[in-house]
Write a protein that binds this ligand. Structure first.
Ligand SMILES: Cc1ncc(COP(=O)(O)O)c(C=O)c1O
Length: 482
């Protein structure tokens, strides 16, 4: 029996029509930050004989995809949004349509040259030396994992692995804990360094912890610092941390999944001063560089550290050996077959220009400043952590103290149900706090003010609805501060 073609003749028209739908969807953007349809789709059956492409597309577009939140909506402020540009979507489509094998240089010289150019551009933005390099990975978690493995290989000898100690803080993203676990560093050898008042790692506590571990015969090998923490946008004091790392030979990894993008805004790049002394920097393009998911860079100050950690070179890959000046991406990280992730970022930066991308990043800083100003003018609200790296933590406090967690949670829930915007929640000192992370270049001051206005209404309604709590209308901004 002749095998069937990969696309049936009868489906060609539906295939072509799908591109018009895609173009329209990419240009229109997300209709709502929250799912358009709640709940699970109906039975998603496969049949032996298949189905018409037109029908399956209708199911996908009508039933499956509307059941997902849209982090690319201008008022998606929960989690870390992903305001992907239409250009990134186009670059993604091109990459998946031409589908280059971006593991080996001889297989994909063009796409890998683009990846090298993007890594160089980002390394230059970070102030890394000529020896720097890196690669694109699926996200910040993969970047943290790759950095931790590189650090382990560079700093711990074969007999040291059982003594290696890692340092991070309560603000560090959980993916760093996953990374350490995968790399064989147990929880007992992970130190959570105390935070200072601004939620950044306290360098004196770090220095003391390193000294204690050295005195105990352990082998401190990595500090995972953060530039733009997920919860509060805090940036750890990189120069002071580098001062502690360098004399002891600790690898300094900076998780800049969010904050790396500040390097492209001339008015904000000073926030990452000291990053040029890091051994590695993770930087997500699918957060604040306007890319669709699956696009993050890991930069290292010496590309050879990645090669030493990951290159294996089995005999059956001899045909794909890289020549002089060529880089096989599979030698620098955990993946062999990999998509050409840098293409969409290159397309976006090449078309928009780096200056426009820098101003789009700067806009995120502005958005949360507008929200903070609106909160300051709204009685009963307390800013728990100020506008930093497009992130803001705040809380309604114009109600009984023991009702506040429930009232704030209800306000966030009501805003989601309302569909106007989405905000996240986070715990700070055990208290439930609302969190806005605002990255979309098309979000406006009105969007931020109206979000605050609605949250205020929902919080007051939730407080009124609780039997034991009646708002104590004080009239003073932030007057409920503890
Ligand atoms: C600071 C930080 N690091 C790492 C990550 C993990 O990145 P990803 O979800 O792209 O794997 C995040 C995700 O929000 C983050 O905020």
């Amino acid at each position: 029996m002749t095998p069937p073609p990969l696309l049936r003749e009868a489906d060609r028209a539906a295939f072509e029509a799908a591109f018009a739908v895609l173009a329209e969807a990419a240009l229109a953007g997300a209709p709502s930050p929250t799912p358009l349809i709640p709940g699970r789709p109906g039975p998603l059956v496969l049949t032996q004989e298949g189905a018409a492409l037109e029908d399956v597309l209708a199911e996908m577009i009508g039933e499956v995809l509307p059941r997902a939140a849209r982090g690319d909506h201008p008022r998606a402020f929960g989690f870390t949004p992903s305001p992907a540009s239409p250009l990134s979507r186009l670059g993604d489509l091109l990459a998946s349509t031409f589908n280059p094998h971006a593991g080996a240089w001889p297989q994909a010289e063009g796409p890998l040259a683009v990846e090298r150019a993007m890594i160089r551009f980002m390394a230059d933005a970070g102030g890394f030396p000529e020896s720097a390099g890196g690669l694109f990975l699926a996200g910040g978690s993969a970047a943290n994992l790759t950095a931790v493995v590189a650090a382990r290989e560079a700093r711990l000898g074969p007999d040291d692995t059982a003594r290696g100690v890692a340092y991070l803080s309560e603000e560090t993203h959980v993916s760093a804990l996953k990374a350490l676990r995968i790399a064989g560093i147990p929880d007992a050898r992970i130190r959570r360094v105390a935070l200072s008042d601004n939620m950044a790692m306290e360098p004196t506590a770090l220095a003391a912890a390193v000294e204690t571990d050295l005195a105990a015969g352990l082998k401190p090998f990595i500090v995972i610092a953060t530039a733009g923490s997920t919860r509060s946008g805090a940036v750890d004091p990189l120069p002071a941390i580098a001062d502690i790392c360098e004399p002891h030979g600790l690898w300094l990894h900076v998780d800049g999944a969010l904050g790396g993008s500040a390097l492209l805004s001339p008015a904000h790049r000073h926030l990452l001063a000291g990053v040029e002394r890091a051994d590695s920097l993770g930087w997500d393009a699918h957060k604040w560089l306007f890319q669709t998911y699956g696009c993050a860079a890991l930069l290292v100050r010496d590309q050879e550290t990645l090669r030493r950690a990951f290159a294996v070179g089995p005999a059956y890959l001899e045909d794909a050996a890289a020549g002089e000046g060529e880089v096989n991406a599979w030698d620098l990280g955990p993946e062999m077959t990999r998509p050409a992730r840098a293409l969409k970022l290159w397309l976006t930066l090449r078309v928009m220009g780096t200056q426009a991308v820098g101003s789009a990043v700067a806009h995120g800083f502005q958005l949360v400043e507008w929200a903070e100003a609106a909160l300051g003018e709204t009685p009963g609200w307390k800013v728990v952590s100020p506008a930093r790296m497009a992130t803001l933590l705040f809380r309604f406090e114009d109600c009984e103290e023991d009702e506040r967690d429930a009232v704030n949670a209800a306000a966030a829930r009501r805003l989601l149900d309302d569909g106007y915007a989405s905000v996240g929640t986070a715990r700070v000192d055990g208290r439930l706090t609302l969190r806005i992370c605002a990255l979309h270049p098309e979000a406006t001051e009105d969007d931020m003010r109206e979000t605050v206005r609605r949250l205020d209404r929902f919080a007051r309604e939730a407080a009124e609805a609780r039997p034991s709590s009646r708002p104590q209308r004080s009239g003073e901004p932030g007057s409920c501060a503890e």
